[in-house]
Ligand binder design. Structure first.
Ligand code: KE4
Length: 430
């Protein structure tokens, strides 16, 4: 494959943007190559500026559950464009999308739209702190909730100690209020509550982790988190920016039948356009301005074009049949990748929830990944080689071992079959 135009585009972009990208997740540094530049998406396919076509498992990191260029979504956006892009005034369209979210997401009675997942989680934490009058929060190692200061925090030296910044520019005074413990470990979370009685406002987690690769909750884990929060007067926040309308119409909370106090959403609810949302019970949302004392605002919140795209997307998802199809495709891909690992005698494991899937390079065959530390350091280089082998064969994976691959409703059985053949070849070349 020629990447001549992408390479030229990347050289230019590096003169304009840090790392040549507008988000580090696209930089491909952890997979040892330069990014290709997108020119066009259609269905399950993306074409780059060198006219190379790829079967797309990035899906914009989640939003494109229907595939690229879904006609109903474009039609809805086109109709809205003729009425206006943005008003700084409420529109009925926002209420239509809000009502659909309330209808399907168990934990949301009222909500507020924002413009990104980061804004959603940042606002949700401010809501929790405002509602409880407490400052500390618990986040989990390997879960990512956007780039707000208090969420760019890693575990302190001792598990019970206060968080430390995980990025330059995050003051220690901010990081100190973020406690960190491993995913799928209720004892560690209990210990943090015991060490900080009456101080913890909330626990925020991805109910199905997607940002360390796909790591499902162990049986009873989500129920345990919600129960610990209730016991200690803290609020549970399910960050469903990725899992919302992805792993089920009602998100992970519907799939696992566990309802959090607060839910954050993004990605799919915008159908590929910028959006975020956070929601909770009516009474809890009454804490938010202008009804209550917790301030949050945004010029583009509920933007009519984003909302039109999201509404068209959710209407299709609610119509029925999509999640069964995604489960069918996901199961076939998982089985094929597991067989490909075995055929190539490569130690690895494949983890999946619905249409979110990750192939992990482990050091023992079939070892399950329950938390971040279970991913061996050697996985990064092996995944990088696999990523490059797949891309050269026309299959685009998210450029990191620590990401979820996304299957869309536009993927076909033949696409899955072709992916498995390519994976066998790429694994054989490792
Ligand atoms: P955004 O601010 O990127 O819209 O959302 C942040 C966010 C919040 N919560 C979860 C569970 C998320 O997965 C994300 C963003 N996901 C990453 C990819 N895993 C976005 C990719 C990027 O940053 O470019």
């Amino acid at each position: 494959m020629s990447h001549k135009h992408s390479d030229a585009a990347f050289s230019r972009a590096k003169r304009l943007f840090p790392g040549g990208v507008n988000s580090p997740a696209r930089a491909c540094r952890s997979v040892g190559c330069d990014p290709v530049f997108a020119a066009k998406g259609d269905g399950a396919w993306v074409t780059d500026v060198d006219n190379n076509r790829y079967l797309d498992y990035v899906g914009a990191f989640g939003p494109m559950i229907l595939g690229h260029g879904r006609q109903e979504v474009l039609d809805a956006m086109r109709a809205q464009l003729t009425h206006g892009l943005s008003f700084g005034m409420p529109t009925e369209l926002e209420s239509e999308l809000g009502a659909l979210i309330v209808e399907h997401v168990p934990g949301i009675e009222r909500l507020r739209f924002v413009s990104s997942g980061t804004e959603a989680t940042m606002s949700a934490l401010r809501l929790a702190r405002g509602a409880t009058g407490r400052s500390k929060i618990i986040k989990l190692e390997g879960c990512y909730h956007g780039h707000a200061d208090h969420l760019l925090v890693k575990a302190g030296s001792g598990a019970m100690t206060l968080g430390q910044p995980d990025s330059a520019g995050v003051p220690g005074t901010v990081a100190r209020d973020t406690l960190v413990c491993p995913f799928n470990d209720l004892e560690a979370m209990q210990a943090l509550f015991d060490a900080h009685p009456g101080e913890i406002a909330a626990v925020i987690l991805e109910p199905v982790a997607g940002n360390m690769g796909v790591v499902p909750p162990e049986p009873g884990y989500l129920q345990g988190v919600v129960a610990l929060c209730k016991k200690h007067g803290a609020l549970s926040i399910f960050d469903e920016v990725m899992t919302g309308f992805r792993v089920a119409l009602g998100g992970a909370q519907a799939r696992y039948h566990v309802t959090p106090d607060i839910t954050t959403l993004g990605k799919i609810i915008g159908g590929g356009m910028p959006i975020g949302a956070y929601g909770a019970s009516s009474s809890l949302m009454a804490t938010i301005a202008p009804e209550g004392p917790v301030y949050q605002a945004g010029t583009n919140s509920g933007n009519p074009v984003s909302v039109a795209a999201g509404l068209a997307t959710l209407k299709i998802l609610a119509h029925g049949g999509i999640y069964e199809r995604l489960e069918h495709l996901g199961k076939a891909l998982q089985r094929g990748l597991e067989e490909a690992l075995a055929a190539a005698s490569v130690a690895g494991t494949v983890q999946r929830v619905g249409s979110m899937i990750t192939l992990f390079f482990t050091e023992q065959t079939g070892r399950r990944i329950k938390q971040l530390d279970d991913v061996p350091a050697s996985a990064k280089a092996r995944f990088g080689a696999f990523f490059r082998g797949m891309r050269e064969r026309g299959f685009l994976l998210p450029p990191s071992q620590y990401e979820a691959w996304f299957i869309s409703a536009a993927h076909s059985d033949d696409d899955i079959g072709a992916t498995i053949i390519a994976a066998r070849q790429a694994l054989g070349d490792l």
